[in-house]
Design a protein around this ligand. Structure first.
Ligand code: VG1
Ligand code: CO
Length: 556
C-alpha cells in the first residue's frame, strides 16, 4: 500500500485526562486534530507494540465516530499496523473493547467515546487508548503522547479507500487488513463464563420479578437485547431507550439520579418494577435501583464483594479488593471481615490494571457508578447488572411462586446491619470558571499545609489532611495531587477534586462520607445524615465565593 506523508502543525492542549482525550466535537473536527493525536500515539509506542500488530477499534456510536474510524484505520495502516478489528458500525462498548483485546491477544485498542458526556454536533467527542491486557494506557504513555503532540510535524497515512463498516467480514489492502466483527459475541462469550446464565434466566422469567434496563440511547442499546432478552429471557419491553443514537436522543448518557431521572421515576412509582439498571455512553458505568431504592455505587461494589458466592467466576476465591480514593469505605469493611488484600487507588480505572495483572485484585469500584472485576481491565456496566441479578437470583432460588422475594433493598439493608453504613454523597459543580475552581484548590492546599492532627472543624476533629499521593505497588510509579482530603477522627471524610473528564471549564467534585454503625439510624436519608458535614465542606473551602455557585448541578 502507498503511504502518504502529510505535513502538520501541533495543536495546543491535547492532554489526556482521567480517561482519554475529550473535547467538543468541533475541536476534533478541525483538520488534522484527531490525526495529530493518533500519529503522536504511534510516535510514542515502541515499534514492537504495533508494527505488523493487531489493534482493536470501536466506540459508543456517537456523532463523528464513523468518520473518526476511517481516519484511525488509515493512520494505523500508514504506521505499519498489520490488522485492525473493528466493531460493526463502529460499535464496541468500552468493556467489550477490553474483552476483545484480551481474547484476540491484540496489542491494544482505540475507544471512540467521551463516555457519559453528551454527544452530537454541539457536544463532546473523545478517544481512549487501551493496552495489551485491555487496560487504559498508563500515564507514562499518555504523558509521552502529549509531549509528541507538541512537536508533531508529519502524519503517515495510508492511501486506501474507506472501509465498509456496515458488514461483518475482512477487507485486505496488501499486507494490511481490516476485519469488521460483531460487537457483542466475544463480550457475551466471556460473560457466559463469568456468570451462571441459567440462574439469572430463572429469575428474569419469574412472573413475580420485573426488570427494566435503560440503555440511555447509548452503546449498551446494542448489547441489551442480545444479552438480557435473547439470552436471559427478559421481555422485550424491559429494555428502555434501547437504540444507540448519535446524540443519545438529546440525552446526557450518565446513569445517575439526575440524568437517568426517567428510570428513577419508574422505579419509585407505585407498584414499580423490582429491579432497574442503567448504563452510560460507552457501557462502563452502571446504576442499580431496587423498587423505590437507590444503591449507592460505593455500597454496590461492597455488596458484590460480600456476595461472590453467587458468581461462578469467583469460585476459586477472591484475590483482593480495591476502590478509588473518593469512594466510600464500605468496601474496606468487607475486605477486613473477609481478610482480603485491599488497595486504595486514585480516581480512574487505569490504576486498577496493574493490581489485576499481578494477581492481587478481583473486585473493585468507584463512587462514580463504576464497578468491575478482573475478567477484563475496564469497569463494566452490564457485568455489574448481571452481578446484582446473580445475587438476587441466588438469594431467591428456592422461593416458590407467590412467596415474597428478597429484594434489592433487603440485600443492602442486611449488608448495612452486618457492616455498618457509610453514608456518602457527591456534589458536582459542573462547568465552573476554571480560574475560581483552581484558586479554590490552591486555597485548600494552603489549609492542609498548615493543618495538624487535633484541629477542630465544628464538631469534627482532624486526623489528617493531605493531597492524595499514590505509589503503585506493582511498578513503583508515583502520582500526586489526586485530591485534597480531610479525614476526621471518627472516620468521616471530605474530599475535593477537579474533574479530569470535562470538555469545558472546570467541574468541582466534593465527596462527603460518614460512617454509622447504629442500625436504628440506617434508614435516614443520606442528605439529612450528612447535612452538618456537607455544610462544613462548603464553608471550609469557601466554595460559594470561589465558584459563585449556590447549588451543585448534580447530587449523587
Ligand atoms: C470521572 C469519575 C471517575 C471515572 C472517570 C471515567 O472522572 O470521577 O471515577 O473513572 O470519570 O469514567 P473525573 O476526573 O471527571 O472525576 V467514564 O465512564 O468516562 O469512562
Ligand atoms: Co463511561
Amino acid at each position: 500500500i502507498k503511504i502518504n506523508s502529510i505535513p502538520t502543525k501541533p495543536f495546543e492542549g491535547q492532554k489526556t485526562g482521567t480517561s482519554g482525550l475529550r473535547k467538543k466535537v468541533k475541536v476534533f473536527m478541525q483538520e488534522n486534530y484527531l490525526a495529530n493525536w493518533i500519529q503522536a500515539l504511534f510516535n510514542s509506542l515502541p515499534p514492537e507494540d504495533y508494527k505488523n500488530g493487531l489493534l482493536v477499534l470501536g466506540g459508543d456510536g456517537r456523532y463523528f465516530n464513523l468518520e473518526a474510524a476511517q481516519i484511525i484505520i488509515k493512520i494505523a495502516a500508514g504506521n505499519g499496523v498489520g490488522k485492525i478489528l473493528v466493531g460493526k458500525e463502529g460499535i464496541l462498548s468500552t468493556p467489550a473493547v477490553s474483552a476483545v483485546i484480551r481474547k484476540h491477544k491484540a496489542n491494544g485498542g482505540f475507544i471512540m467515546s467521551a463516555s457519559h458526556n453528551p454527544g452530537g454536533p454541539e457536544y463532546d467527542w473523545g478517544i481512549k487508548f487501551n493496552y495489551s491486557s485491555g487496560q487504559p494506557a498508563p500515564e507514562s504513555i499518555t504523558d509521552k503522547i502529549y509531549g509528541n503532540t507538541l512537536s508533531i510535524s508529519e502524519i503517515k497515512i495510508a492511501d486506501v479507500p474507506d472501509v465498509d463498516l456496515s458488514k461483518v467480514g475482512v477487507t485486505k489492502f496488501g499486507s494490511f487488513s481490516v476485519e469488521v466483527i460483531d460487537p457483542v459475541s466475544d463480550y457475551l462469550e466471556l460473560l457466559e463464563t463469568v456468570f451462571d446464565f441459567q440462574l439469572i434466566k430463572g429469575l428474569l422469567s419469574r412472573p413475580d420479578f420485573r426488570f427494566i434496563f435503560d440503555a440511555m440511547h447509548a452503546v449498551t442499546g446494542a448489547y441489551a437485547k442480545p444479552i438480557f432478552v435473547d439470552k436471559l429471557g427478559a421481555s422485550l419491553d424491559s429494555i428502555f431507550n434501547g437504540i444507540p443514537l448519535e446524540d443519545f436522543g438529546h440525552g446526557h448518557p450518565d446513569p445517575n439520579l439526575t440524568y437517568a431521572k426517567d428510570l428513577v421515576n419508574i422505579l419509585y412509582a407505585e407498584n414499580g418494577p423490582d429491579f432497574g439498571a442503567a448504563s452510560d455512553g460507552d457501557g462502563d458505568r452502571n446504576m442499580i435501583l431496587g423498587r423505590s431504592f437507590f444503591v449507592t455505587p460505593s455500597d454496590s461494589v461492597a455488596v458484590i464483594a460480600a456476595n461472590t458466592e453467587a458468581i461462578p467466576y469467583f469460585k476459586n476465591g477472591v484475590k483482593g479488593l480495591a476502590r478509588s480514593m473518593p469512594t466510600n469505605g464500605a468496601l474496606d469493611r468487607v475486605a477486613e471481615k473477609l481478610n482480603l488484600p485491599f488497595f486504595e487507588v486514585p480516581t480512574g480505572w487505569k490504576f486498577f490494571g496493574n493490581l489485576m495483572d499481578a494477581g492481587n485484585l478481583s473486585v473493585c469500584g468507584e463512587e462514580s457508578f463504576g464497578t468491575g472485576s478482573d475478567h477484563i481491565r475496564e469497569k463494566d456496566g452490564i457485568w455489574a447488572v448481571l452481578a446484582w441479578l446473580s445475587i438476587i437470583a441466588h438469594r431467591n432460588k428456592d422461593k416458590k411462586p407467590g412467596e415474597k422475594l428478597i429484594s434489592v433493598s433487603d440485600v443492602v439493608k442486611e449488608h448495612w446491619a452486618t457492616y455498618g453504613r457509610n453514608f456518602f454523597s457527591r456534589y458536582d459543580y459542573e462547568e465552573c470558571e476554571s480560574e475560581g475552581a483552581n484558586k479554590m484548590i490552591e486555597y485548600l492546599r494552603d489549609i492542609i499545609s498548615k493543618s495538624k492532627a487535633g484541629d477542630k472543624y465544628g464538631s469534627y476533629v482532624l486526623q489528617f489532611a493531605d493531597d492524595f499521593t499514590y505509589t503503585d505497588p506493582v511498578d513503583g510509579s508515583v502520582v500526586s495531587k489526586q485530591g485534597v482530603r480531610f479525614v476526621f477522627t471518627d472516620g468521616s471524610r471530605i474530599i475535593y477534586r477537579l474533574s479530569g473528564t470535562g470538555s469545558a471549564g472546570a467541574t468541582v467534585r466534593v465527596y462527603i462520607e460518614q460512617f454509622e454503625p447504629d442500625v436504628s439510624k440506617h434508614d435516614v436519608d443520606a442528605q439529612i445524615a450528612l447535612k452538618p458535614l456537607i455544610d462544613l465542606a462548603i464553608s471550609v473551602s469557601k466554595l460559594k465565593d470561589f465558584t459563585g455557585r449556590e447549588q451543585p448541578t448534580v447530587i449523587t
